[in-house]
Design a protein. Structure first.
Length: 322
């Protein structure tokens, strides 16, 4: 893939973020999501790729745009797989809460796991812990190992997990060993990436969330020298069948980074919509300007770019996007 592609892709996440930021706090998550999706879809037309959406907004009959299998890009560049979440954290934007963002990952064709829309159990960490933990271990063992490797007491570990009834046991374990906990209401792409940024103070991300979100976070972590291990959680025979159809003989086997995002050339871009742990949110400034903060990274070179952009809104193709 051409390196210029990284800078083209960030314009896609920027526009999605600008479009959905207008909906912040208005309690209308579908409208916020629709605006992000329409903006992202429109902007993709100018990107030089022959892209196929492999993780998107749903199947063709339920998603009018960025559906799985949709061809995007100007069909002139390399053949690539594209994973999108135009608005990761619809509820966060609807309520004006932190950590909503627009996300895209791109990899050469065949490299991104076509994660079905089901839960995935995840264990994500930053560079110091990469390759040293096992999703298959009991949580208390993982916490002990983490404390040892990072050379700090368990009570100083910070672990993030979605606040869900299904995580009751995990949260009890975290509390019984006395570590620090960040309970997220939504947004486990940001949650799983955070351990790779030292300034977030987060050591581990654990628990189950969306499988598509797992692949997106794995793409980011492959650029950040972090790691996400995932295990799909099919709940029905039909979901198990879907996993097998994707070529996973044992659907509940732990998936490695390689299996989720291939072995090299991944581009990841995200733009903050509301403020987050490692990305600022969209700022609406006087004079019809808006400022966005994005992260653009490439696994091949491990370059991490923070791009702050001041947009002049009358020049943005935002009308008609909600
Ligand atoms: C997570 C989170 C998303 O879904 O994947 C979560 O990242 C998992 O599903 O923002 P549940 O809400 O059922 O736990 C979201 O919260 C919404 O897509
Ligand atoms: Mg979404
Ligand atoms: Mg999502």
């Amino acid at each position: 893939m051409e390196r210029e592609l990284a800078l083209e892709v960030v314009r896609v996440t920027e526009l999605a973020a600008l479009a959905s930021a207008r909906w912040m706090g208005r309690g209308l998550k579908h409208e916020a999501d629709g605006a992000a999706t329409a903006a992202m879809r429109a902007m993709f037309d100018s990107v030089s790729v022959k892209g196929t959406v492999v993780i998107g907004e749903g199947e063709m009959d339920e998603a009018p745009m960025l559906y799985i299998g949709e061809k995007v890009g100007n069909q002139e560049g390399p053949e690539v797989d594209i994973a999108v979440d135009p608005l990761e954290g619809t509820e966060l934007v609807a309520k004006g809460l932190n950590n909503a963002m627009a996300v895209v990952a791109i990899a050469p064709k065949g490299h991104l796991l076509h994660a079905p829309d089901m839960y995935m159990e995840k264990l994500a960490c930053g560079p110091l812990l990469k390759g040293r933990l096992r999703l298959a271990d009991p949580l208390d063992v993982t916490l002990m190992k983490t404390a040892q490797i990072l050379n700090k007491p368990i009570s100083d570990l910070t672990v993030t997990i979605l606040e869900r009834e299904r995580h009751k046991k995990h949260i009890e374990t975290l509390r019984s060993v006395g570590c620090r906990i960040k309970l997220l209401s939504d947004g486990d792409v940001a949650g799983a990436i955070a351990p790779a940024f030292a300034q977030t103070g987060v050591d581990l991300y654990i628990g189950s969330g969306g499988a598509p979100e797992g692949v997106l976070a794995a793409a980011a972590l492959s650029c950040l020298d972090g790691e996400l291990q995932g295990r799909l959680m099919p709940m029905t025979a039909e979901e198990e069948e879907r996993c097998r159809a994707m070529g996973l003989e044992d659907p509940t086997k732990v998936l490695t980074m390689d299996q989720m995002v291939g072995d090299g050339d991944v581009i990841f871009a995200a733009t903050g919509i509301t403020p987050g742990d490692f990305l600022d949110g969209v700022l609406m400034l006087p004079g019809q300007r808006a400022e966005t903060h994005s992260l653009v990274m490439r696994a091949k070179t491990r370059t991490i770019r923070h791009i702050k952009t001041s947009h002049y809104l009358p020049n943005k193709p935002l009308s008609g996007l909600g």
